[in-house]
Design a protein around this ligand. Structure first.
Ligand SMILES: *Cc1c(COP(=O)(O)O)cnc(C)c1O
Length: 363
């Protein structure tokens, strides 16, 4: 007799650890560790969430019809090709399970989102990472990493935890260089924050090809991380596959209501964007003035690199910030042990993090 044994690969997974939210002995913390919107959810989204509570005995609309229509209306898309998920995490998992078999390869770049690795292993597939150049996705490296076994390529654009992006032309060059049977998944979780005219969320590639998917989320600029809603735009054939395997009621009724109200509240999203537009360059500039190196982030966080000097490194900075109740994100699990990722917060939070780092570096 032996105990149940999980599928090969599963015991090699290091479970995902989210950004911390508590500090021992500190009652009021500033949480800048999970790229959440400092403005929180739209008041209209909160109201919509509450209106559903008396109906919680009812199953949700399994097709998320209103929500898909609202997303389609906002971005000029075909609602039939949108699928919503319990966060975009769920959609990443569904895509990997549908298209990568044991032994197949799932390709992404060095600092790609950890969930690609976790879902690949859980499907028995092999996660393959290729190098980035200057903390930015390198299209040639990705193309060079393709083998006969490659089934899926993930690109986070802009990247997390780097904040950098590749241009629409580079994204297209990647698609053009991949075999037709390879699924390209463009994870554009931070797309709403980007303000560069050579950036694209990849929508045109989804429209022009039958093997490219774009993923988006309500967890970032829409401030609904706790509601767990993501969505993707799919070619018809791939949408059909994912709709066959997803759980039928994967987005809860209150979450559908909140997300529908959030995407319709254009004014609130504009406020969240304007806040980021002001504080992102502000934080980069202040950190640079303190002698730290930052990437050219176009998202809602900054990646700051610390020197290797004992007592002044990223681990020491993290401990110093924590003692002041400021929680940022260590990114050693992404191979960036000398960096901290700092989410753009409220004005006083951004000011507090800069003041604390100044004290840390000058002490
Ligand atoms: C935050 C984030 C997501 C979104 O995850 P959800 O499951 O929708 O909360 C997806 N991809 C990346 C790279 C992210 O940083």
């Amino acid at each position: 007799m032996s105990l149940p044994v999980p599928q090969p690969g599963i015991l090699e997974i290091a479970a995902y650890v989210g950004g911390e939210s508590k500090v021992e002995g500190v009652s009021r913390v500033m949480k800048l560790s999970s790229n959440e919107s400092p403005l929180g959810p739209s008041p209209r989204a909160q109201d919509a969430y509450r209106t559903v509570t008396a109906e919680l005995h009812r199953y949700p609309d399994g097709g998320a019809t209103e929500l898909r229509k609202a997303i389609a209306a906002r971005y000029g898309l075909d609602a039939a090709r949108i699928i919503c998920g319990c966060g975009s995490d769920e959609l990443i998992g569904l895509l990997v399970n549908a298209y990568a078999a044991p032994g197949d390869e799932v390709l992404f770049s060095r600092h790609g989102f950890l969930m690609y690795d976790i879902y690949a292993r859980s499907a028995g597939a092999v996660p393959v990472r290729v190098d980035e150049t200057a903390l930015t996705v390198d299209v040639d490296a990705l193309l060079g990493g393709v083998t006969a076994k490659t089934r899926i390529v993930f690109v986070t654009n802009p990247g997390n935890p780097t904040g950098t992006y590749i241009s629409a032309a580079e994204l297209r060059r990647l698609r053009d260089g991949l075999r037709e049977d390879i699924l390209l998944v463009i994870d554009a979780a931070y797309a709403e924050y980007v303000d560069r005219n050579d950036y694209s969320n990849g929508l045109e590639l989804v429209q022009e090809t039958e093997n490219t998917v774009m993923l988006r989320t309500f967890s970032k600029i829409f401030g609904l991380g706790g509601a767990r809603v993501g969505w993707g735009y799919f070619p018809v054939g791939i949408a059909d596959v994912i709709n066959r395997i997803r759980s039928p009621f994967n987005v809860t009724a209150p979450s559908q209501a909140a997300a529908t109200a959030a995407i319709r509240d254009v004014e609130f999203t504009t406020l969240a964007k304007a806040h980021n537009d002001y504080w992102l360059p502000w934080l980069k500039e202040k950190l640079t003035a303190l002698g730290l190196t930052t990437t050219d982030s176009v998202a809602n966080f900054v990646l700051a690199r610390f020197s290797g000097t004992a007592g002044k490194d990223a681990a020491a900075a993290d401990a110093f910030l924590k003692a002041r109740g400021i929680i940022v994100r260590r990114v050693a699990s992404y191979g960036l042990g000398d960096c901290l990722r700092i989410t753009i917060g409220l004005a006083e939070e951004n000011e507090a993090v800069v003041a604390a780092l100044k004290d840390f570096l000058e002490s």
